[in-house]
Write a protein that binds this ligand. Sequence first.
Ligand SMILES: [Zn+2]
Length: 354
Amino acid sequence: MSNIHIGLDIGGQTIRCIALDAKLNRVSEASIVTPAREGSLAVLAAIRSVIDMAAEEGTIISVGAGTPGGVDSQGVIVGMAANIAGWFGTHLGEYISSAAGGVPAVVRNDGNMAAFGEWVARKGSSRALVYIGLGTGIGGGYIEGGRILGGCDDRALEIGHFAIEPGGRSCVCGAQGCAEAYGSGPSIGRIAMDLALGKDPALGSLDKTGTLQNPGLDKNFNNSQLAAAIRSGLHANAKDVYEAYAKGDALALFVDFLATEALSRMTATALAVLAPDLVVLGGGVIRGATHLPSSIKKRMPSLVYEDAWRHCGFEQSLLSHEAGLYGAAWYGAALVASSQDVIESASKWGKSLV
Ligand SMILES: [Zn+2]
């Protein structure tokens, strides 16, 4: 049997797994619904089952895994991971190594694994890459010189919780005015609903800039089909908003403006703090909103000093929803092969993967 590398992406809804051969070609994949409400033992059993499926393809020699929440250098979950019950304190690294037959294993925050995947997919050409994943929440990761800079317990770049509107909308983290409360998939849908239904959307200064940009805006959105659908009972999500955006719907255009403004403030802060040469936007939201990288780039001159944005690229993810999955597999492979070998083998797949 040939040697294989395993990559795991442990999400609140799905656990996904891929197996790569020694040349990093994808040879199999498996996925299972995360029993997120049943506690950590049930989730670990699910992880073992996808590893067992992948193991049918060969002899496992490395495992890399991305997980929500903070994770220490031993692979123990030590931070917030609200979407999996009882996940705190789980010895995940030890468990997956054992489940795979005692091979080298590594666990990192899922945003960091996605950042690593995007960095490898670009042949390591970026000196400093910021990854922003727009999905159910907003995650991030930072790669400098090929290394994940994860801070304490891999919690660096929890970029969705940058406060961009103090006193603004409530965030799932307990704070107010986080970027995630305006720019995540569920938040985009909720803002559209609040506006259509006449509820206070707590937009603060975002509303002022939006009104300035749209001086003739009809705040009742009487001509909006999206608003009419919401008033008829639609529970809108980001997909609904961006489908309406594509048709020029007035409410969708305004919600997009607000999300872009919030994400731009968040990104400008990251540029000032980290000085990246590339910002990659990924996650499920971006699939319906491919204009976001260029929209955000256009806002940088008025939000952050020139040196921070002038030579910085803004791109869409190459690996889409599989950035974290490939990042984990490649990061795990680098435990048993040189990083350069991993980049050379992996990067040729970058654009053909999705
Ligand atoms: Zn928050």
